[in-house]
Design a protein around this ligand. Structure first.
Ligand code: HEM
Length: 178
């Protein structure tokens, strides 16, 4: 029996994102209250954990699309891919991105990085990464409705975009070259 993802009850991504933001802000405020200055390093640790989850999903999702684009849209295999893609997006990728943004902006504001050259450059690359997130998220919807027209070859190329952006982002935040 195959799972019909395209007809399942619509989830509410905005509600999930709002919950992720509220929980993250509440925990950050509690950490500041309890730990004072030491909260910075704890928040940074959680920021890096969120980024690991976000990047893992951003690297895996287009890899799923490469294989999904090659199977018959009406096959059971296609239905399985739809479930995997939807869960990866909703359960890992979306909340991880929201948490990375909220905590990253808090770190920048707290440490006074908001006008630093490296931070503005990082912000530009992270915005590009978030646009890619939006594009992949729209692709999950298209695959779910059997409307994907992007060939596997193109997904193979697009698969490299998050990795390239990550290289630039990590160099900027660790080396802080300007
Ligand atoms: C979503 C928006 C993001 C914002 C606003 C942001 C901002 C920041 C800030 C202000 C710091 C603290 C830097 C310091 O204490 O020296 C930080 C740490 C870090 N960020 Fe982000 N970041 C974001 C996303 C990302 C992404 C996507 C990656 C990787 C792909 C990343 C990787 C890191 C790493 C590795 C650190 C630790 C650096 C260190 O301790 O030396 N960040 N981030």
């Amino acid at each position: 029996m195959s799972a019909d993802v395209s007809r399942s009850a619509p989830a509410n991504p905005a509600k999930r994102a709002a919950i992720a933001i509220v929980v993250t802000v509440a925990l950050t405020a509690a950490a500041m209250y309890v730990m004072g200055d030491a909260a910075y390093l704890w928040v940074k640790a959680v920021h890096v954990m969120a980024i690991i989850a976000w990047m893992a999903a951003m690297l895996y999702l287009p890899r799923l699309f490469i294989y999904h684009a090659e199977v018959d849209p009406k096959s059971d295999t296609s239905q399985t891919f739809k479930v995997m893609e939807k869960r990866l997006l909703r359960i890992i990728m979306n909340p991880a991105m929201v948490i990375a943004w909220v905590l990253g902006l808090w770190l920048a504001w707290t440490a006074g990085f908001l006008l630093s050259g490296w931070f503005l450059a990082k912000l530009a690359l992270v915005t590009a990464l978030s646009a890619m997130h939006g594009y992949l998220s729209a692709a999950v919807r298209r695959f779910a409705e059997d409307r994907n027209t992007v060939p596997a070859r193109t997904w193979r190329i697009l698969n490299e975009v998050p990795a390239l952006l990550m290289v630039g982002i990590v160099i900027l935040v660790i080396v802080k070259p300007f």
